[in-house]
Write a protein of this length. Sequence first.
Length: 272
Amino acid sequence: MGKVSKYESKPTNPDGFVEYNDRENKTWDFLTQRQNRLIQNRACKEFIHGVELLNFKGECPQHHDITKVLKETTGWAIEPVPAIIPAQDFFELLSNKKFPCANFIRVPEEIDYLQEPDIFHEVYGHCPLLTNKAYANYVQEYAKLALSVKGKERMRLFRLFWFTIEFGLLMEEGRYRAYGGGILSSANETIYAIDSDIPERVMVKDPMIALRTPYRIDILQPIYFVLENLQHLYKLLDYDLVALAKESLELGDFEPKFPPKEDGTAPEGMTA
């Protein structure tokens, strides 16, 4: 979140509608149809139920249509934003039950991966579970927690956000299932996170492990943290996460499970 994006959100008209062109709608349709196939037996049942509730069509969704469903289920709403916003603005929106979402979709040349969060990542990857109260409550309360600290402590807290909201797994009838939006908006990561025997999968028994685990935003994740269920997600707030974040800074990071970036930039994408 402090980077400059090559993408720009499309403007809304006075009625709140966004005009997407044919290429953009075809991109949404391709991504949605592909992902609808891939999430079967890989996404948690709550996510699949959310996809059914949102009833995505073959064109880029309008924010007010998504908001209508979210309001009816958990009281959340979609908030149009530029491609990248500061961390403070990001968490303030979440703390007020507003999910930030840019009005742009990736170009075909980046159909499988882009670092910026586009409408497919935000709406398809995250909004289905924002119809689930346990998940939605966790996101709101975690945002309030992140707003109570700044700097390195907030960056530490974002690690747990990364390993849960973005790249979390849970157990469902003895099998791994994905709930993280970063997984479920990516065809490659959806298959890799569930089917591959390469990454580590660690049950979350102590949030400290995740807080001390560095990550990279531009690779398939080498480690996934696993919860018992979505209710377990909300129980993470029973820990004094701010105190754990401070302690994790004193203890230092575990050895990275990935190579350094070739350009020498920091691996993690969140700025305080």
